[in-house]
Structure formats: C-alpha cells, structure tokens
Design a protein around this ligand. Structure first.
Ligand SMILES: *Cc1c(COP(=O)(O)O)cnc(C)c1O
Length: 378
C-alpha cells in the first residue's frame, strides 16, 4: 500500500462486530474480564484503550517503527522520551529548537539531573566535538523551528551509532508522509500531533514512536506509569485528521512554495527561510531525505515596525501560535514560541524582531497572497 492509502484506511475493519467504517470511540475507563485470568486485551484505559490502540498501531506503521505511544501533548511525548535517560546523562540538542522543548530541558530535566548542550546539528564536526563521556543521545529537529535549517539525518545517525548514542527526531514539521527518520536509522521519533497529524487546530496530542521493541516496551511502561495519556475522543480526532494528511500536505506545500517565491521577490522582505527554495543551504539534503519540503516558512521583513502592521492587518491568516492545521497561522517567534530561549541565543540564531513564521493552510493560494500583500503594503 502507498502511504496515502494507508492513511485513509487507518482503522477501517477494526470493528468486525458491526463493520463500522469510522473507528468507534471507546469511552470507557475500564473493561470487564470474561473470567479470572482472562482478558479481552484491555483492562484499564490508562494502560490501553481500543480507540487509542488504532491510532498507535497506525502511527507505528506509518513511521516504520515497531511501537507508537500516544501522549497527552507533544511536550508529554518528549517528557516520556526524556524519562528513558538517567541523572548524569548528557544530550546534544539542535540549537534552533522548539521553545517548549528548550524550557522542558532547561527548567525540568536539568533540575532532575540531566545535562544538555545546544549545538548546530547541521555542522557534523561541531556535533562530534560536543560529544562527552556521559553523552547518551542526540535530539534533532529538521527542518528546525523557525529557521528551517536542515540536518542530514543519516549522517547524524552514522555518528550516533559509532559513538553508541540514541538519535531522537522531532518529526512534527514533516510528518511520516514527507520524512521517515526511523528508516534512516533514528531510534525514536516524537510528534506534536496537535500540528499536522491532527491537522484541524482542534486537538492537543503527542506521539512517541520507537524503532525497536526494547525502546517501545520502555516507552509503554513510562506511558502507563506517568499516565499522561490522551482520551479516546481526542484519539478519534487524530485518526480522522490522519485520513486526509496526504492531500492536506500536498496542497499546503504547493501553496507554500509559491508564497516563498513571491515573498522572496517582495521589496519589503529581506529574507525567506524555506527549504524548497533552491538557494536554501539545506535544499539538496532535504530533497535527499524527504519527499517534500513541507508547508512552513519564515520570513524577515525590512523594518521591525512592519511586524505589528502585518499582524494587525492580516484578515485570513490568523495571528496565533501553532501550525499544521487547515487554517493558515502566523506567529512572531521572538515574542511567542521562542520567548523562552535566551535573547543572546535568539539573536545569534537569527530569531529577531523582524522574523515572522507562517504555517500555510488550505485556503486558496490567491487569497493568502492577497492577504499578505495588503498587510505588507506601505
Ligand atoms: C508544538 C510543538 C511541540 C510541542 O507540542 P504540544 O502538542 O504543543 O505539546 C514540540 N515540537 C514541535 C516542533 C512543535 O511544533
């Protein structure tokens, strides 16, 4: 089956009793045992729920992993993965990182005894030089958020394997439809399912997927033990969202490429960050390791004063956090998603007071362009 078919068919045939095409929502906290020592396969919904199981098995298959676990949010999924490590362990992390992940590492994981260093993972020599005796893993985002830097996943995996480190990928921006890091040798993938997997700006959820059974079992133990699970209604929403993932991404990334080209020519735009543009430094690597360039772009405007004007004037594109939904959203990373990152680090990376990040949705391309055009007009 092609991935697009696998996505649409998710859950079909699960309910053999009634033949329901749509996966039933098993709104049950607990499950009756047929007799002593017998089980239907379900006992208690923290441990396992049939609706959640359809989602988890579907995602494990889509990412090419052996086990997927659904958690209450993307941050809960990343927390579950961090629970695989021990006090004293050190992680190497992409420096241009989702702000919430930075906050989790810095304010929760470090006080618990984990150590981490931010590194430019696009620079393999710098990455290799940052490995310490206690380094246990590399946590990557590619493309990064919000600067769309591209890391060569296979090259990082080769280094990690040589040094006995786990490779963890936050694949939120690309989804398994465009990029499958486990097939490139990564050990773990995490997602904010709030974004493209759910796809409709109506649910918050996270997914952790393991390449190997030992890691999958540990994660399942952590999921059941910490208990940060999503409810069956939310699992159903993500199952429904996944069915249209292929068409949503194809449409959104086609519009994104056109918008990136148009913005690059705009006199008030000084820079466009989109890996689909041939002059993007990661263009060739992205082409090699992914089947598309995604539907996220960032751009820098000429004057800081323009930012407020744009955010105020946009009518169709909403000024709101998040990404990956059918509705287009724009954010101001310096003040929103990346406010947690120290100012010095932000400036070094290029997250300045002129940078805006756009999540391109499914509205008509001409309407999106016209909306940006009037917002940018002097
Ligand atoms: C949103 C996001 C997260 C956090 O996910 P939540 O579902 O909001 O908890 C993590 N990583 C990336 C890349 C994100 O965009």
């Amino acid at each position: 089956m092609h991935l697009a078919t696998e996505l649409v068919q998710l859950g079909v045939g699960y309910d053999s009793k009634t033949g329901a095409i749509s996966t039933p929502i098993y709104q049950s906290a607990t499950f009756r045992h047929p007799a002593l020592g017998q089980s239907t396969g379900f006992e208690y919904s923290r441990t396992g729920n049939p609706t959640r199981q359809v989602l988890e098995e579907g995602l494990a298959g889509l990412e090419g992993g052996c086990r997927a676990l659904a958690l209450a949010s993307g941050m809960a999924a990343i927390t579950a993965v961090l629970c695989l490590f021990r006090p004293g362990d050190h992680l190497l992390v992409s420096e241009d990182l989702y702000g919430g992940t930075y906050r989790l590492l810095n304010q929760v994981a470090v006080p618990w005894g984990l150590e981490f260093s931010l590194v430019d993972t696009t620079d393999l020599a710098a990455l290799a030089a940052s490995i310490r005796n206690n380094t246990k893993g590399i946590f990557l985002e590619t493309p990064t958020n919000p600067l769309m830097k591209i890391t060569d996943i296979a090259a990082v995996v080769a280094l990690a394997r040589q040094r006995g480190l786990l490779t963890i990928m936050d694949n939120t921006f690309m989804t398994p439809y465009l990029q499958r890091p486990l097939e490139l040798g990564a050990d773990l993938v995490v997602h904010s399912a709030t974004k493209y997997l759910g796809g409709h700006n109506d649910v918050v959820m996270g997914i952790a997927i393991a390449a190997r059974e030992d890691l999958g079992e540990k994660l399942a133990f952590i999921q059941n033990t910490i208990g940060a699970i999503p409810g069956p209604q939310d699992c159903w929403l993500v199952i429904r969202g996944l069915k249209t993932l292929a068409v949503r991404l194809e449409r959104a990334q086609a519009s994104t490429l056109e918008l990136a080209r148009w913005l690059a020519e705009h006199p008030l735009v000084t820079r466009v960050y989109y890996p689909g543009l041939p002059d993007h430094p990661g263009h060739e690597i992205c082409k090699k390791q992914a089947s598309g360039f995604g539907a996220m772009l960032s751009f820098e405007v000429k004057h800081a004063e323009l930012v407020e004007q744009i955010l105020h004037r946009l009518k169709i594109i909403s000024f709101a956090e998040s990404l990956g939904g059918v509705e287009s959203l724009i954010t101001f990373p310096e003040r929103q998603t990346h406010a947690e990152i120290p100012a010095e680090m932000r400036l070094k990376l290029g997250i300045n007071d002129r940078l805006l990040r756009l999540s391109v949705g499914l509205e008509d391309f001409n309407d999106l362009k016209a909306d940006l055009e009037q917002a940018l007009a002097c």
